[in-house]
Design a protein around this ligand. Structure first.
Ligand SMILES: Cc1ncc(COP(=O)(O)O)c(C=O)c1O
Length: 421
């Protein structure tokens, strides 16, 4: 990931405003390639469906398109974005729990891969098929994978006992039967399962479950085995205190389970993965300027910056992200034990907790690294407006990818009339 010096940061901040994000397209593209290469070395055919919700920066989505990847979308907003970016419907994978009838109409007609998530969506499909005789929608089912480990503990995200997505048990029986009665081919099984540990074992479970479902219902027309996202990317050990699996280690387990199944060996359905965090997190940094220093005597020192925790970890996880302090001038001074706090008036707007900075001064910058996942997509204009996003322009300067939101953008959706009561 490119690192800017103080003069470069100041130049961007003067032109586009502070704080701002920097997107590194070379880093992102290399992650996409490394991920695909690791999977393809073990299993072909392989399709990468980039998880739009993790970061739907159009510049990133276009790099995926250029590399031949699919768009994995979970809402009409994301679906429309993929179409605006020039995607064929057939290279869109439509997931998520809320696909409205009108959204499904577009996806079925365009022959996007639609992974149904509920009986309600199946009812929409029944109506659609009746209205469109002779047409062949591309339909999959999301499978509810049980992520209970050998230790009896649930590994579903956030310590939840069970995941809410997909079909299992008698619901799955009825869904498969309904599709067969309708005469609709089931071409995709989807097993994304958000976990609390991103372990290799989860992918063992997901692949085993998909193979068992295929076999149990004799789904011989399957074309896609979709294992979803949930991988670690390159995470420095100091960030979470342990080594994480490499793309190659995930690929080894996935291919081992899939290729142990004779039907898979014979028919070779496409393996689909939907990476998000693992390919985009380290391709973006956030630069924020130190505004002031403050001490609450006997308690703590605080460094206030012009960004906020909502720009870098809106999920408010407890880890200090990797950072860099970029001083305006290398003056002498003591190390300061402090919290770096944000520009919103919320106590919990703590960006970095109990870190030591060498003589931090107003005008210095802090770079928060690995700020590319679940950041720009989760930051509403809360107290402050959304910051600019830039990328290197290849000529030593920076190109604007998203302008900073202005009060005009902000107000455009509101009715400013005084209401007559
Ligand atoms: C269906 C689906 N696919 C892919 C992803 C991407 O997951 P991650 O960002 O953990 O790779 C998610 C995230 O929750 C998801 O719900």
């Amino acid at each position: 990931m490119i690192e800017l010096n103080h003069a470069e940061i100041d130049a961007v901040a003067t032109q586009y405003g502070s704080p701002f994000y920097v997107f590194d397209p070379a880093q992102f593209r290399s992650n996409i390639w490394r991920f695909s290469a690791a999977m393809r070395a073990r299993y072909e055919p392989f399709i990468l469906g980039y998880s739009y919700k993790t970061n739907y920066l159009p510049a990133a989505c276009l790099l995926v398109k250029e590399a031949g990847g699919y768009a994995e979308v979970v809402s009409r907003l994301e679906y429309d974005l993929a179409i605006r970016l020039g995607y064929d419907h057939q290279k869109i994978i439509f997931n998520g729990p809320l696909k409205r009838e009108q959204d499904l109409d577009i996806a079925f007609s365009g022959r996007a891969v639609v992974n149904l998530d509920s009986m309600t969506e199946l009812e929409f499909l029944c109506d659609w098929v009746k209205k469109h005789p002779g047409e062949k929608p591309v339909v999959g089912l999301r499978i509810n994978v049980n992520l209970t480990g050998a230790d009896g503990e649930s590994h579903v995200q956030a310590g939840l006992k069970a995941g809410r997505f997909g079909f299992a048990g008698e619901n799955l029986d009825s869904a498969v039967e309904k599709l067969s009665t309708l005469g609709v081919d089931l071409v995709s099984l989807h097993g994304h399962s958000s976990s609390n540990n991103r372990s290799v074992e989860n992918f063992h479970t997901i692949c085993r479950t998909l193979c068992s479902v295929r076999e149990y219902y004799s789904l011989d027309g399957l074309r896609f085995f979709n294992i979803g996202g949930g991988f670690f990317g390159r995470v420095p050990k100091e960030l979470i205190g342990r080594e994480v699996p490499s793309f190659e280690e995930y690929a080894a387990v996935i291919s081992e389970v899939l290729l142990a199944d004779p039907w898979v060996r014979k028919n070779r359905p496409a393996l689909v993965a939907e990476p998000g965090v693992s390919v985009v997190a380290d391709s973006m940094s956030f630069y924020t300027k130190i505004h002031s220093e403050k001490t609450v005597p006997g308690q703590k020192n605080f460094i206030t910056v012009d960004g906020s925790v909502f720009n870098v970890k809106p999920t408010m996880h407890p880890y200090n992200m990797l950072f860099r302090h970029i001083p305006e001038s290398a003056g002498l001074g003591d190390e300061l034990l402090c919290d770096v706090v944000g520009s919103t008036c919320m106590e919990k707007d703590v960006i970095l907790q109990e870190i030591s900075l060498p003589n931090p001064q107003p005008g210095d910058y802090i770079e928060i690294k690995n700020a590319g996942a679940y950041t720009i997509v989760m930051t509403p204009p809360f107290i402050n407006l959304a910051p600019a996003i830039v990328a290197p322009d290849g000529k030593g300067g920076f190109e604007l990818l998203r302008e900073a939101q202005s009060v005009d953008h902000f107000l455009a959706c509101y009715n400013l009339r005084t209401l007559v009561i």
